[in-house]
Structure formats: structure tokens, C-alpha cells
Design a protein around this ligand. Structure first.
Ligand SMILES: Nc1ncnc2c1ncn2[C@@H]1O[C@H](COP(=O)(O)OP(=O)(O)OP(=O)(O)O)[C@@H](O)[C@H]1O
Ligand SMILES: [Mg+2]
Length: 243
């Protein structure tokens, strides 16, 4: 189930802006790593490049030792990479259950036939991320931010990932909702899922990660145990600089 990720010399330019500046890091199978940095540091842009939504200017991205940085996004999803979005992106016209089922796009007609009418999996996924039965028929407009973030998690899980990239999954949540998502991450970690997690909520992030990577202006500032990273003078200065 676990996947390893290697990012090597990644560079992303948006016109004159260097959004990713020669970034290199590795995540071992089953590891959970926090990616932190001030607003605009380039965290989401790293995710977009790992997913293939933005093509890197240069550098490589490898999954389990295989370079995936020229693959299409659907090909990367089939390899087991998935992400959630900082701003939840449900299909507004679909119910919770249907949003989860379209997260899993069948690769073949055979799969479509064998899966036809198989709603148990969607229901199971929805319940596993903390939805109540009565939420399954609701549309996104009727959901709280906590439920929208649960839906992001369920849609991501529906693709059968081995590496999950979580972008600000705690933003806008109550303490109770944070603990539901946190427990879900912990149970997936116990099953061997590999994680890269972006969060401004460091208190929620800390128990979920094995180590942290701090970036600023697209470049690595510090990498290592969480406490060492957040106490690093350069990391502290980068957060203050952004305030
Ligand atoms: N599609 C784009 N076109 C041009 N510039 C972009 C694009 N996407 C991001 N940027 C710029 O790249 C930089 C990094 O943005 P990014 O969204 O990756 O930061 P972030 O660390 O996720 O910030 P936040 O904590 O606010 O979510 C910012 O200066 C941003 O304005
Ligand atoms: Mg972001």
C-alpha cells in the first residue's frame, strides 16, 4: 500500500515568479511528512506539480523510483497519488454519495460493468470519514466546512491512493472536526499510507507527522524533526516576514 516519493531539483516559474526554487526531498514508504511555510511559500504549487496539474519548469518527481513527472494527472492517480484541495472542489449538483463515486473513474468498461450499482463502497467511505447516514443524500451547498473537508478526504480515498497529499485539511474546522480528520489520518497511517500534509494549524499537524519540511519562497529552509524545524531561526524569520 505504501509509496515512496522523491522530488529532485524541482523548479517552477510563473512568468518572473520563482514559485518552486530547486526543491529536493524524499518521503519513504509509509512516512508522514508535514510541509510548512508562510502564505505564498509555494506549498500548494508543490502539490500541483506532484499531481501533474502544473508542469514543472525543471526537475523530476519519482514515485517508487519511477519518474512520473511527465505523466498525465489521471496516469499519476492510477499510480496511487492523490490530493485534497485547499478550497474544497465538490461537484455542486451531486450528492455526497455521488461525489464520492465519481472520485473513482473506472479505467475500463469491464470495471464499469462490475462496479455498476456498487454503492456500498461509497457509503462505507463516507461513513469512514465521519459522515452520518443522513448526510449521504445532501448536496455540497448544504454541508458545513467540516463536512466539505470530509468529502475531500472521501473523494481522494475513492481513487485508491498510496500517497495522499493533504492541503489545509484543518482550515475552518471546529476542534471536534479536527479530531475526526486527525483520527482518520492516524488510522490510514497505521495501514501504511504515505502522507505529505500542508497545514497552517501546527498543533493539529504535529501528532500526524514523522518529520517536517519548511519552505519559503519555493526553497527548502529546514527539514527534520518537527520541533527542530519550527524552532529553526530561519523558519521563524520566514513566518515573521510574512506577517
Ligand atoms: N497559477 C499561478 N499563476 C501564477 N502564479 C501563481 C499560480 N499559482 C500560484 N502562484 C504564485 O506562486 C506562489 C506560491 O503560491 P502557492 O499557492 O503555492 O503558496 P502556498 O504556500 O500554498 O500559500 P498558502 O499558504 O497561502 O496556501 C505565490 O506567489 C502565488 O501567487
Ligand atoms: Mg496553498
Amino acid at each position: 500500500m505504501s509509496a515512496s516519493l522523491a522530488v529532485n531539483g524541482l523548479v517552477k516559474r510563473f512568468g518572473g515568479l520563482l514559485a518552486t526554487d530547486n526543491l529536493s526531498f524524499r518521503i519513504e514508504p509509509g512516512e508522514s511528512v508535514g510541509l510548512i511555510g508562510p502564505n505564498g511559500a509555494g506549498k500548494t504549487t508543490v502539490f500541483s506539480q506532484i499531481m501533474g496539474e502544473h508542469r514543472q519548469t525543471s526537475g523530476t518527481i519519482s514515485l517508487d523510483g519511477e519518474e512520473i513527472s511527465r505523466f498525465s494527472t489521471p496516469a499519476r492517480i492510477r499510480k496511487g497519488v492523490s490530493r485534497t484541495y485547499q478550497v474544497p472542489r465538490p461537484f455542486t449538483g451531486l450528492t455526497v454519495a455521488d461525489n464520492i463515486s465519481v472520485g473513482h473513474m473506472p479505467d475500463s468498461v469491464w470495471e464499469m460493468i462490475t462496479r455498476a450499482g456498487d454503492r456500498d463502497r461509497e457509503v462505507e467511505l463516507a461513513l469512514s470519514v465521519g459522515f452520518a447516514e443522513e448526510d449521504l443524500g445532501r448536496t455540497p451547498a448544504e454541508l458545513s466546512m467540516g463536512n466539505l473537508r470530509k468529502l475531500e478526504m472521501a473523494r481522494t480515498l475513492a481513487t485508491g491512493p498510496r500517497l495522499m497529499l493533504l492541503d489545509e485539511v484543518f482550515a475552518g474546522l471546529t476542534a471536534a472536526e479536527i479530531s475526526v480528520i486527525g483520527e482518520l489520518v492516524q488510522s490510514l497511517r497505521a495501514e501504511g499510507m504515505t502522507f505529505l500534509i500542508v497545514s497552517h494549524d501546527l498543533k493539529a499537524l504535529e501528532p500526524l507527522i514523522d518529520r517536517a519540511i519548511a519552505i519559503d519562497r519555493g526553497a527548502m529552509v529546514a527539514e527534520g524533526p518537527y520541533l527542530d524545524v519550527i524552532e529553526n531561526p530561519q523558519v521563524r524569520a520566514s513566518y515573521l516576514g510574512a506577517a
